[in-house]
Design a protein around this ligand. Sequence first.
Ligand code: ZN
Length: 209
Amino acid sequence: MTDRHPRPCPALVALVYLALLAAPAPAADRSTPPPVIPRAAWGAQPAKTALMQQHMPREIVIHHTGEKRRPQLTLQEKLRKLQKFSQNPGQVGRTPKPPWGDLPYHFYVDADGRIGEGRSLAFAGDSNTRYDTANRIQIAVEGHFDQEQPTPAQLAALDRLVAWLAVRYRVPAAKISGHSDHVAGTDCPGRGLKAHLPALRAHVAGRRP
Ligand SMILES: [Zn+2]
């Protein structure tokens, strides 16, 4: 009796290895989450859940941050600043803003297309505009897309993130929208990103735009 496995032929191993290397990269698997920088890695403060409403994600809403990209800051710095702003009383334009429990967005796509984890998906987002954030996953893309264009890295990250979320939460392509689809008074997510939404919906639906 032996517990030794037969040794595969080294030439065969090399051939299989080469074939794997030469094979085209598989299309991103929509059941696999994209890389997301977790809250612990950017130094998030605890969420103030008493200020937040639980919900069940069923739709996806896309935003821009409304300020031009700042590639000189790290994603960690941006998320910490945004959380500090969010959890304190403040002002958005001329409108006073109450303290929110956490970042208003569930995900943040930065200037380089990195994705940061925002508010827990178990809770509805917050907004300084009047619309119902319940049951809607909020995604912000860094930039002011009336004044600049989203980068290819940002769009690729957004597409991958939204495709994964759509599978995970069974969001149909028709339920992927921009902020201004819900609020007449905002230009969010800006012309440059709004123009991408039909292609994003087509990507999620698995068809050509
Ligand atoms: Zn918005």
